[in-house]
Design a protein around this ligand. Sequence first.
Ligand code: AKG
Length: 377
Amino acid sequence: MSKPCCLSHLAHVLNTGLGAGLQFAEPKSNIPLTTAVCGSATSGGRVGKVMLGLVVVRSPRRQRARRLGCLNVVLDWCLQTLAAGPACTTYMCAASRARAPDGAGDANEGITVTLTNDELARFDDEGYLFFPGRFTPAEAALLKQAADDVYATDREEVWRESSGAARTAFAAHTYHEAHRRLGRHPRLVEPVMQLLNGPVYMHQYKINAKAAFDGDVWQWHQDYGTWKRDDGMPEPLAMNVAVFLDDVTAANGPLLFIPGSHVQGVFDAGHDLETTSYPLWTLDRAKVSELAERGGCVAPTGPAGSVLLFSSLLVHASPPNISPLDRTIVYLSLCQVDNHIREFKRPHWIAHRDFTPIEPLADDCLTTLVDAASAAA
Ligand SMILES: O=C(O)CCC(=O)C(=O)O
């Protein structure tokens, strides 16, 4: 065995340091660094199996590279977990995710949009990633028009502010072609599959308007807090990916995040049935202040077409929009297929019950619609 010290040290660290809840399988001594499942763990909204060693290998060079990478990550994980103390009993190890291509692409087979290792590390630290301008202005304009079409309808899925302005439209991917395509867009779905380490289904799809002058507050909350309490989602193995359909600025009610607030699990929350137009489990001010003392508070802003990917445990909110500028954002809430919800208290168009894995479309799935629209004009 090429790394006996590492393995026995890890076994010791894992068993003594993490205690209950972690199952450790001894590596088979006759197969160097064969797979040993150490436990399942959560952090940053991701849960996964922590592996020592690898089973899927295609060439000795890759095997070695990936084995060493994996061990390093596991060692980091042990150190971080021990440093974090008993509150952090579970942790998703980056080693069990598909890694960025470093000459070895087989972990990412079928995935064309891959997060780099730096991005994965940043996501672990901060709980979100921001990609300004990931969709072209033409793609964003198509989707914005599609959002306006949806808001103009009288469907039960469209919720309004007290002024009558649209606030949220749910499930547009089930009844509008441009949103159907966005809901399967590889630039959104594939990074999430990578982070969640498996196929995903659409738990929720919404277009939040935050209309000029009228767009109201979203109180401080964690999305998984609601998905767990209201929908019986077993683990925070789900996350959001947001696409800006307008330019989002400091002026028009941007999302506010508390970086790093995703690593401590689900916080106590009260059920707000009044101020957010649809029931949400919201955090109290003392907890939000405490978290912000450590992590600060940021408002990622950027042009229409920008993408924000964030953990379902990240604490976030948004202020009212008193500006004369709309701020429309689409949210795909994607959940790992095996982690599907177990309770069905909310309407199916708020918390979907179709757990079919999403098959991403081609990258040009929106540009073909843009082209078709200009050809028809
Ligand atoms: O769109 C926003 O401003 C916030 C939305 C939000 O936090 C949510 O839908 O959970």
